[in-house]
Design a protein. Structure first.
Length: 71
């Protein structure tokens, strides 16, 4: 069991390092900034639709992630 936990921790550390390297890549940073700009522009263009979409997505996520023991 301890060996399994050790291997799991090593794999998590490796994936974390890889994730940090990916996020430091300039091309990835440019893509992230481009997506953020597009999202801001879309929200400015359609504020009511964006708000409704956010409410619906939030509601659906809450339903999916909430353990409803009454059912």
């Amino acid at each position: 069991m301890e060996e399994l936990l050790k291997q799991l921790n090593e794999k998590i550390a490796e994936l974390t390092r890889k994730g940090e390297l990916i996020l430091q890549d300039e091309e990835v940073q440019e893509r992230i900034e481009n997506v953020k700009k597009q999202a801001k522009d879309l929200i400015k263009r359609y504020p009511v639709g964006s708000m409704v979409t956010g409410i619906v997505v939030g509601y659906l996520l809450a339903k999916l992630l909430t353990n409803d023991s009454d059912e």
